[in-house]
Ligand binder design. Structure first.
Ligand SMILES: [Zn+2]
Length: 249
């Protein structure tokens, strides 16, 4: 039974039996991993509050070969991100980030890029609780999983978008549609030039640079709606935390 050590973020948790918890982690080395924390609900549990949602730590676990549920040996906290649990808004947005990251990979499918994106986004959410961070997270995540790749040329006629024309996004085609080709993509969603420019600008560089890019109302709402439909289309189901997010956003 090999022992694995990796940086990991707690992305959920539920009770098992009388005293145990099953904790899903997004790990740096091994992707999404589920492991049992024996005795985690006992008063004098050795885990204390370490296994709470969002906590970043160093995870050591016994890997059961050919099984998807493993056993936690040790979890030492690096950063609890406790501020994210202090108000409902941050809690909702943080829960959305971890759910989206978790939904984007299969169990034990390594993806360090998504791990780092999630880790950075949670750290930034502590300091900057605002919509641009979520939109930047969404478009970057969609890019990593290979969706919404075309933001410069129309996916139907391949022409470069002219600024005088109103652009749209087609969730089924996964990118930009020019105004001349709207009838060829009936699911098109109008996107403002400001929203489109935000998406293009946010892809290179670091995540925190998204907080310096201009994106004012009503473009924030426009972009939120466009990305939400794209995400729902891509993931094939409504994410549970989206409903909660709409109450707090
Ligand atoms: Zn076109």
């Amino acid at each position: 039974m090999p022992l694995q050590t990796t940086e990991a973020i707690v992305i959920g948790g539920h009770n098992l039996g009388e005293a145990d918890r099953i904790i899903p982690f997004f790990t740096r080395k091994l992707g999404k991993v589920r492991a049992v924390a024996r005795g985690a609900r006992r008063v004098r549990s050795r885990y204390g509050g370490a296994l709470e949602l969002f906590t970043l730590g160093q995870l050591v676990f016994f890997e059961w070969p050919n099984r998807t549920l493993h056993k936690i040996n040790e979890f030492s906290v690096i950063e609890p991100f406790a501020e994210l649990k202090a108000d409902l808004g941050r809690l909702g947005r943080g829960a959305y980030l971890v759910e989206l990251a978790g939904a984007s990979v299969e169990e034990e499918e390594p993806n360090e890029e998504i791990f780092l994106l999630l880790r950075d986004a949670l750290a930034l959410l502590v300091l900057h609780d605002e919509p641009r961070l979520l939109r930047a997270f969404e478009i970057r995540l969609l890019r990593i999983v290979g969706y919404l790749l075309e933001l410069y040329r129309c996916l139907v006629c391949r022409s470069v978008l002219e600024h005088s024309l109103k652009p749209a996004i087609s969730p089924t085609r996964g990118g930009l549609i020019c105004s001349r080709c709207l009838s060829r993509a009936p699911d098109n969603l109008p996107i403002s030039l400001e929203s489109l420019e935000f998406l293009r600008s946010v892809l290179p560089g670091r995540l925190e640079q998204s907080l310096t890019l201009p994106l004012a109302h009503p473009h924030t709402t426009n972009l939120q709606e466009v990305l939400r439909v794209c995400i729902t289309h891509f993931f094939g189901k409504r994410l549970r935390s989206v409903a909660f997010l709409s109450l707090v956003e």
